[in-house]
Design a protein around this ligand. Structure first.
Ligand SMILES: [Zn+2]
Length: 404
């Protein structure tokens, strides 16, 4: 069964279909698009892309009616296994109270009290919310259990909905280890890791004042990598600490946040395979200064955008919001922001099958109600996603397209 989507005003393919000489000034990150385009899906993969006038026949046809189609968004950073909510903390923060890493503990308490069914239901609700807004691949972290049993069930429940599961036992030191952070790091690197590693692909650590220092973070990553996991790091969120340098040293796929960077950090990211994952929803929701995306892009670093959806510092599941913030507040071009939310996220997850629409890519698509990708930032806050396909299967939005 083949499906032809035609009459696409702009098809963002991301560097797979360069029709003209790349213009580094206009599209330094690999964004590429075809106008008046069509795309053919076969067996869950992209089988053909090109001008609509040359499109081959297919078993089924979808008329995009002049809308834009993009790769499904790849969200490489989310914390979706938790219970409870922290709306009051957000309101207090907006009234002037500062954000501190310790706020995570209230979610830990609620998560420990929740049943597996409650955690699963909350996760599935958020995953469905993401999908409806065009996120077709997402990473999901543990980190609100912080006991062997609660971390193990967190990664096991996450693995039911995504392949990109991250063990984040080193999120904060839980209250029962107050005064004994070394004892907690031993647990994270020992029995907790043994229980979680079979369910996870990644190991992560919150390297920050109030969470884990450089040596503790290095120990957590080394233990996780020895257990077969790949590294990613919460780095340089609140302070210009050692997280980015550590991430690059261990060959992490991504250093996430990057809101406070030294020149050496920027240089390290620009000359490594470690992506800089920016999470502008956090700065929006904590009223902190946004990361300097231009400095990273101009230095040649790979920049990804992700939601960081979590109940504390940023409770959005909207990649279009992150794109709009990146463009408006971080001076990324619309092309750079869309690339970062698709191909950049794929880089941050070391995936080559998603984040682009080259022939052979997984047919993960987003159709938006506008003629170009720029509408994602040009029309902020508007629910523009009118169609979502994952692995060639249409999942959301069909009812919103007349005749679609
Ligand atoms: Zn995070």
């Amino acid at each position: 069964m083949s499906v032809l989507i035609t009459n696409i005003a702009e098809l963002t393919t991301n560097g797979q279909e360069r029709s003209a000489a790349p213009d580094p000034a206009a599209a330094p990150t690999g964004f590429a698009a075809v106008t008046d385009a069509a795309l053919v899906i076969e067996q869950g993969r992209v089988a053909w892309t090109g001008p609509a006038s040359r499109a081959p026949a297919a078993d089924e046809m979808v008329d995009a009616e002049g809308r834009a189609v993009l790769p499904g968004f790849v969200d490489s950073h989310a914390h979706l296994v938790f219970a409870g909510e922290r709306g009051a903390e957000f309101a207090a923060r907006m009234a002037g109270q500062p954000y501190r890493a310790g706020g995570i503990r209230s979610t830990v308490a609620a998560t420990r009290q929740a049943t597996d069914g409650q955690l699963r239901a909350n996760l599935r609700r958020l995953a469905a919310e993401m999908l409806a807004q065009g996120i077709t691949t997402f990473e999901c972290k543990s980190g609100y259990g912080l006991t062997v049993g609660d971390e193990e069930r967190s990664v096991a429940i996450a693995a039911e909905v995504t392949h990109e599961v991250t063990y984040l036992g080193a999120h904060v030191v839980p209250p029962e280890f107050d005064g004994d952070p070394a004892g907690y790091v031993d647990l994270v690197c020992g029995a907790m890791l043994d229980a979680c590693a079979p369910h996870a692909r990644w190991v992560d650590v919150f390297c920050e004042q109030g969470a884990f220092g450089r040596d503790e973070a290095a120990a957590v990553l080394a233990a996780g990598m020895a257990a077969g996991l790949q590294a990613r790091v919460h780095a340089n969120q609140l302070t210009a600490g050692p997280g980015v340098q550590l991430a690059v040293e261990v060959g992490a796929a991504s250093a996430d946040h990057c809101s406070n960077l030294t020149d050496a950090d920027v240089e390290a990211l620009a000359t490594s395979a470690t992506a800089a994952t920016l999470l502008p929803g956090v700065e929006f929701s904590t009223r902190h200064p946004y990361p300097d995306a231009r400095r990273l892009l101009d230095a040649g670093a790979t920049v990804a955008l992700a939601t960081d959806c979590n109940p504390g510092s940023c409770f959005t599941s909207s990649m279009p919001l992150c794109i709009a913030l990146a463009v408006r507040e971080m001076h990324m071009t619309t092309q750079e922001a869309v690339w970062a939310a698709t191909a950049g996220g794929a880089r941050a997850l070391r995936r080559t099958d998603v984040g682009h629409l080259g022939v052979g890519a997984r047919a993960d698509l987003v159709m938006i109600d506008g003629p170009s990708h720029a509408y994602l930032a040009y029309r902020p806050g508007v629910p523009l996603v009118v169609g979502v396909w994952r692995a060639g299967e249409r999942l959301a939005g069909g009812e919103r397209l007349a005749g679609g």
